[in-house]
Design a protein around this ligand. Sequence first.
Ligand SMILES: C[S@@+](CC[C@H](N)C(=O)[O-])C[C@H]1O[C@@H](n2cnc3c(N)ncnc32)[C@H](O)[C@@H]1O
Length: 164
Amino acid sequence: MEILSAVLIGIIFVFGFVVVFGAPYVPTLKPQIGVALDLLDLQPGQTLIEVGSGDGRVLLAAAERGWQAVGYELNPVLVIWSWWRTRKYRRQVRVIWGNALTKEWPLTDGIYVFGVQRIMSKLHTKIVQSIQEPVKLASFGFELPGQKALQTKNGIYLYKIKPR
Ligand SMILES: C[S@@+](CC[C@H](N)C(=O)[O-])C[C@H]1O[C@@H](n2cnc3c(N)ncnc32)[C@H](O)[C@@H]1O
């Protein structure tokens, strides 16, 4: 019983920490995942980065399309769960525990985020610094300050970000 209480308190602490320092965990719904991935329109073998990959559902959908997918997630409980959830696609999916805004990124062909408004400006700077070619970003629910979306569909803003 004491162990169970300690585990519960630990989980509440971890999710609370992430709410304070990042974005709360709210998953993207299936129809929006389809729209976002359609808008990004990567080819099999190309790489998607997901900023705040939550429970791994977007990584899984990307892998089912034959894409490579790299997710960054602050919440260790969600990292473990998404790693397990994507086990069938071990060669395609990587889940990295940590702050997506400070980790070094691999070369990417597309980026997905469902974050909160206050990280969007920092995210734009991070993308500009990390890419070598123009890259598409699909953002669910939140716009990039000062940037014009190429398209908006079902709450998803599609941007093309140019490198520095
Ligand atoms: C709104 S949820 C979206 C989860 C998932 N992307 C989805 O669409 O189903 C945002 C997630 O981003 C994570 N997060 C927030 N800021 C982050 C950061 N700087 N680096 C990595 N993960 C972050 C949170 O822990 C949370 O799981």
